[in-house]
Write a new protein. Structure first.
Length: 477
């Protein structure tokens, strides 16, 4: 039996820090490899064929997220979970999950018709198998996460992602075809399944107990309902951008989002650990507020400077590395990056609300956010093209006020002032970096951050504390 008792403070802190370090290293390695993959695949395929990849991958990740039905989170959140409960969830994924993937396979012609490209249908028809592999592996991964074995999870995901690139990049170089990334995704999740089951074996069977699955599905469907709404964001490029602006625009926006997500990759470390960690702090409202107040600043520091620096260099780097055809993706990058920076401020809000069982509150926010984003896309993309997508991203940001309201009613308001200060220092270089020549834009970057550290003592203290924390390998939270 795997029990989730409240750990001793030192042991808990050690596990969290160790897991955080390994997840950080995993993200650094994965990001470096992903950037190499982007460079090769995007440059060889060009915007149009890369658009096919972006559409197929977007629909794949949508179905990947919703196929879990929140059962993995249920395993993580429960105070006590027996091996039989994990086996029941695995049996459910094995049978019902396989049938669900069959339905996904049958839906492939719809995506081909909607986008007007047969290649989208062909690529998408190969990906349900990877969706099934991911569902099966999620049981072992959830059981490791509930024990705070993030180091092992990080290693599994790193190795599996490496195999993706080992398949995709040579295929693209030899055949210059979108089939390389598709094959890479299938291999990645097959390897993830094998490694996860090796590190945490769960007995395989085909029958599950109704008394176990009923409460798991009740909780999981509530969670996945809110997750499903947010997962619709992955369909923005396949279903809206490709329809309104074409396959090439889908490729340009897809690569811009990929740039921003890779530069913001370290936020995933805190977001990944949020539910597991915050669920152990809920008894103290003061500790929850302090953790969120400090955590959001570290999130901003991990994301905003690198995004601003990339913006300053993008109009030189992108045409040099990817080619002139990709310049529009660099021009729209600041709008996409700004949206991600604001989202990082609220990552811990979402994790805390999930940990507190307020899944419906998160669902309400997700519905408002996606509704505003899609409405903005429908209104702006036909008139402004890819700029319309960027402005739609920005127009959806006021919806984050709902998360603040929900969290404040439960635990009180966290302190946003340090995070806002660092965001304000980021904006000039982020938005003017794509307009100014490279030297003035870099000068602006250093002046803004230097001025913040000189004239804002609290910001200087935060950076010093983060540096000391990193050197001492101790937790800032």
């Amino acid at each position: 039996m795997s029990n989730q008792t409240t750990p001793k403070p030192k042991n808990f802190k050690k596990k969290v820090v160790r897991g955080g370090i390994f997840l950080t290293l995993r993200k650094l390695v994965a990001s470096a490899l992903s950037l190499v993959s982007i460079l090769v695949i995007a440059r060889v395929l060009g915007p149009e064929q890369y658009g096919i990849v972006a559409i197929a991958a977007g629909t794949f990740y949508f179905f990947k997220w919703i196929s879990h039905l929140g059962l993995g989170i249920y395993l993580v959140r429960q105070t006590q979970v027996s091996e039989h409960q994990a086996e029941d969830v695995l049996a459910f994924y094995t049978t019902v999950g396989f049938a669900f993937c069959g339905l996904i396979w049958l839906s492939a012609p719809i995506f081909g018709w909607w986008t007007g490209r047969e290649e989208v249908m062909l690529a998408f028809r190969c990906l349900p198998l990877a969706v099934w592999f991911d569902s099966l592996s999620s049981v072992s991964i959830a059981m490791m996460e509930r024990d705070l074995r993030f180091d092992e999870v990080g290693l599994i995901e790193t190795v599996s992602q490496v195999t993706n690139y080992l398949v995709a990049i040579p295929w693209v170089l030899v055949y210059a075809s979108f089939w390389g990334p598709v094959a890479g995704i299938i291999v990645q999740f097959l390897v993830q399944l094998c490694l996860a089951r090796y590190r945490y074996p769960v007995r395989w069977r085909l029958r599950w107990r109704r008394q176990t699955l009923k409460p798991a599905l009740r909780y999981g469907l509530t969670y996945s309902g809110s997750d499903l709404i947010l997962s619709l964001r992955a369909l923005t490029i396949p279903m809206i951008v490709s329809r309104l602006a074409g396959i090439e625009a889908a490729g340009l926006i897809g690569i811009s989002i990929r740039f921003a997500e890779q530069l913001a990759m370290l936020r995933i470390v805190i977001r990944r650990m949020a539910i597991s960690v915050m669920s152990k702090l809920l008894d103290s409202h003061q500790q929850v507020r302090r953790t969120i107040s400090e955590g959001m600043v570290y999130q901003v520091l991990l994301v905003s400077p690198v995004c601003a620096l990339f913006s300053c260099l993008s109009m030189w780097l992108v045409p040099l590395i990817f080619g002139e055809r990709w310049i529009p993706s660099a021009q729209v990058f600041p709008l996409v990056a700004f949206s991600i920076i604001i989202a990082t401020v609220f990552d811990l809000h979402v994790g805390t609300l999930y940990a507190a069982g307020k899944n419906r509150k998160v669902a309400q926010f997700n519905a408002v956010y996606i509704g505003v984003l899609w409405a903005g896309c429908v209104l702006l993309i036909p008139r402004l093209g890819i700029w319309g997508y960027g402005l739609a991203e920005v127009s959806s940001l006021p919806s984050y006020w709902l998360l603040h309201q929900f969290l404040s009613k439960l635990f009180g308001s966290p302190d946003y002032r340090p995070g806002i200060a660092f965001i304000l220092a980021t904006l000039p270089a982020l938005f003017l970096g794509v307009v100014l020549p490279i030297v003035p834009s870099l000068l602006l970057f250093f002046v803004c951050y230097g001025g913040l550290l000189v004239f804002y003592p609290r910001g200087r203290e935060i950076v010093q504390k983060l540096w000391i924390t990193w050197q001492g390998r101790s937790s800032p939270v």
